[in-house]
Design a binder for this molecule. Structure first.
Ligand SMILES: Nc1ncnc2c1ncn2[C@@H]1O[C@H](COP(=O)(O)OP(=O)(O)O)[C@@H](O)[C@H]1O
Ligand SMILES: [Mg+2]
Length: 153
């Protein structure tokens, strides 16, 4: 799938609206690929109100949703050692009410949850405004009715 930013945002909102916790969504791709753009729109679709800043320096932000759930936005870019995962409370993530969005999950390779969706974003040479999107399912995560999603309307 190839999406421009407006389509990416719409897709993220659709995922957030459809998402039923507990749910792990890992976001892969290089710097500037659009992981935070997608995470923000998923959070908004799930009912997070207000700003959703990038947690690059804090590693983790938690947001209550208007539906009584929680969105956890994690960015492991600055994780230098997997032992820091325990300080973050990584192993407690994935409670019944949590939608967990993880940027840079490769920093936690080997400690990823069994049941999860992985979304890989890539830039396309010569096309600054579009991204390719690959979606992989591992284990048996909750259905994600947002996949595939029509982005044409
Ligand atoms: N199709 C697209 N999808 C998402 N972001 C896009 C797209 N096209 C351009 N962009 C831009 O790319 C940047 C992505 O930034 P960000 O989401 O912070 O990246 P990451 O979190 O992967 O490092 C933003 O400046 C956004 O405006
Ligand atoms: Mg980011």
């Amino acid at each position: 799938m190839i999406l421009d930013e407006a389509e990416m945002t719409r897709w993220g909102r659709a995922i957030g609206e459809a998402a039923r916790p507990p749910l792990f969504l890992l976001l892969r791709g290089p710097l500037g690929a659009g992981k935070s753009v997608l995470a923000r729109s998923i959070a908004q679709g799930a009912g997070v109100e207000g700003a959703v800043p990038s947690p690059t320096f804090n590693l983790m932000f938690r947001y209550p949703t208007s539906r009584g759930g929680t969105v956890v936005h994690v960015d492991l870019y600055r994780l230098t050692d997997p032992s820091e995962l325990w300080e973050l409370g990584w192993q407690e993530l994935g409670d019944d009410d949590e939608i967990v969005l993880v940027e840079w999950p490769d920093r936690a390779e080997g400690f990823l949850p069994e049941h999860r969706w992985e979304i890989t974003l890539s830039t396309v040479a010569g096309h600054r405004e579009t991204r390719t999107v690959f979606v992989s399912r591992f284990g048996k995560p909750q259905d994600l009715p947002g996949f595939p999603v029509s982005v044409s309307s």
